[in-house]
Ligand binder design. Sequence first.
Ligand SMILES: C[S@@+](CC[C@H](N)C(=O)[O-])C[C@H]1O[C@@H](n2cnc3c(N)ncnc32)[C@H](O)[C@@H]1O
Length: 339
Amino acid sequence: MGRSSKDKRDVYYRLAKEEGWRARSAFKLLQINEEFEIFEGVTKVVDLCAAPGSWSQVLSRKLRCNAENPEDIKIVAVDLQAMASLPGVTQIQGDITKISTAEKIISYFQGESADLVVCDGAPDVTGLHDLDEYIQAQLLLAALNITTHLLKKGGTFVAKIFRGKDVTLLYSQLKIFFKKVTVAKPRSSRNSSIEAFAVCEEYDPPEDYVPNMMNPLLDLQYDDFNQLTGVNRLIVPFVACGDLSAFDSDRTYPLQLKDAENYAYRPPTQVPIDPPYKEAVMLKRQNKLAKPEFQISHVTPTGSSAHHTDKSLSGESNTTTIDCESEKLQLSDSNIEQL
Ligand SMILES: C[S@@+](CC[C@H](N)C(=O)[O-])C[C@H]1O[C@@H](n2cnc3c(N)ncnc32)[C@H](O)[C@@H]1O
C-alpha cells in the first residue's frame, strides 16, 4: 500500500496534514464549535487527555487569534503522555483520575475557574466492547469529577462518549450537573465508530454540592436507568454537526479533484514525542522484535451445516496460522490516522 493511499482513504487525515493539525480529531472540535459556539467568550480552558495536541492547537489558534491580548488566554493541556509544546498552552503530564492532577490544574488557575473543559480521552481499546465502554465511561466520569472542581457556573464541558448500552446512565449523571446535555456526532467522526461527544452546557451543580474525586459515579445499580420507560426515560437530543457540505469521514475521496498529478504527499505535522509503542518500533527497525505466531482455532458443532465439506465445519478443531510480521508498525503516521 502506497503512502498516499491513506490520504485517499481518509480525507480528514489528509486535511489534517495540509492544514497543520497534529491529528484528524482537530476537525471534530472545530465542527462541534460550528454547531454550539463553545469558544464564545472563553479565556480559560482545560484540555483533558490532550496528546498529541490537535484539540489544544484548535484552542490555541481560535482563542488567541480572537483575543485582544493573546497572553490573556489560559490553556492547560493534560495527558498521561508527553506532548510537543504549543504556543500559549501549559502542559501537565498526569492521570486525570488522580486528585493530584486536579490539584495541579487548580493551582495553575490560582483560584479562578475555567470557562470550558474539553475531554477527548480514550483508553487503549481491548476489543471487548463492554469492557471498553465501561473504561471509557470511567474516564469520562473522572473528567467530570475534575470539571466540578474547575468549571465556572454556566460553563461548558465537552467529552467523548461511547454510545454503548449503558450510555443512558451517563446522560443522567451529566444532567445532574448541567442544564443542557446534547450528544453531538461531528461529520469527521466515522459513522462506523460508536464515538460521539456529550456537549454539556450551563454548568449548574446541585446546591451544596462539594466537588470530590471519589464519586463512584458508575458503580451504582445502574441497570435500572436503562429500564426506565416513557416519560421517565431520559432522552438526550442527538445532533449531527459539521456542515452538510463537509466531507463525509466514511467516504473515500480522490486525492486531487482537478488534477491528480498535482498531489504531493505531506508528512505528519508532529511526530509523537514519546509514544508508548516507541520501544516496539525501535526493536522492529532493528529486526529484534519477537515474531510470535499465534493460532486461531475454529470449532463448530458437528453437522451444523449439511452442505459444507470443509474439515473445520465437521466438529474438528481447525488451526490457522497468522504471521504477525505482516502488520506494519508506523511511528509517524499512526496518530493522525487513528484519532
Ligand atoms: C484520542 S487521544 C486524544 C487526542 C487529542 N484530543 C488530540 O486532538 O490530539 C486520547 C488520549 O487520552 C489519553 N488518556 C487516556 N487515559 C488517560 C488518563 N487516565 N489520564 C490522562 N490522559 C489519558 C491518552 O494518553 C491519549 O493521548
